[in-house]
Design a binder for this molecule. Structure first.
Ligand code: SAM
Length: 225
């Protein structure tokens, strides 16, 4: 799967994409991630990609044309037979969930458009297949939302997670209400503020059927909380 991220701050992505799961997925060529700046399609000597809003008001608006040219140049990099999706990142979009991650992970190419300042010229709607928000709050830019979507989709691609079943029983995997069972690691007993915090006995029993039953119950009871 290929991710193309449109951003005026491509350096933001360097360190995050160079660590852990995403780094390994890139090395194994399970995913490809490219960042692109619309500045290369700016049409003045200052490489401007933003301008003042018509009708007045605070802040700057990202212009349509540099982004439109960039989107079509990126689409040309992928064969027309491959499935491509253009996603605009905006707080006004549909709220992103695990179901969207599963749906988007089936495309061959995702083009993610990150905004800055006061957002985009509204005519950008003509370029995009869908608009996504990562939550009901406003960030300074679309770079964190783009990384969120890249990571949520990438970890669903076979081979990206170390263990084949890692994503199968996770929070949200069965439904958006589902919360994974509680997990513990060593030591067996932790002394904390005068109390002994113990690992549930069943997890130490080695009885896989009982452990599976306990996990099912706990996942359910956490869901009700
Ligand atoms: N003026 C815009 C509004 O009221 O909707 C907010 C612009 S915001 C400061 C700048 C950019 O950050 C947006 O264009 C978008 O790309 C990104 N952004 C901010 N919050 C976001 C969110 N919750 N989900 C997705 N993108 C977001």
């Amino acid at each position: 799967m290929r991710f193309d991220i449109i951003t005026i701050f491509p350096e933001i992505f360097d360190s995050y994409l160079n660590e852990s799961i995403i780094k390994r997925a890139l090395q194994k060529k399970l995913i490809k991630i490219k960042t692109h700046t619309p500045r290369k399609f700016a049409n003045d000597k200052h490489n401007s990609v933003d301008d003042r809003p018509y009708g007045g008001g605070p802040g700057m608006i990202l212009m349509f044309e540099p982004i439109a040219k960039l989107v079509s140049s990126i689409k040309n990099k992928v064969s027309s037979r491959k499935k491509s999706r253009v996603v605009l990142l905006t707080p006004a979009g549909k709220q992103f969930t695990q179901r969207d991650a599963e749906r988007l992970a089936k495309f061959n190419q995702l083009i993610l458009i990150s905004g800055r300042y006061e957002g985009f010229d509204a005519r950008i709607d003509k370029l995009v297949d869908e608009k996504i928000s990562v939550g009901p709050y406003v960030l300074a830019g679309g770079e964190l939302p783009a990384l969120t979507i890249v990571e949520a989709c990438a970890r669903l691609i076979p081979g990206v997670l170390g263990h084949k079943h890692s994503a199968e029983d996770e929070t949200f995997s069965r439904s958006l209400d589902y919360i994974e069972y509680p997990q513990y690691t060593r030591p067996e007993v932790i002394e904390h503020q005068g109390k002994k915090l113990k690992v549930p006995k069943v997890l130490l029993s080695g009885n896989h059927a009982e452990i599976a039953k306990w996990r099912k119950e706990k996942a359910k009871s956490r869901k009700k909380k």
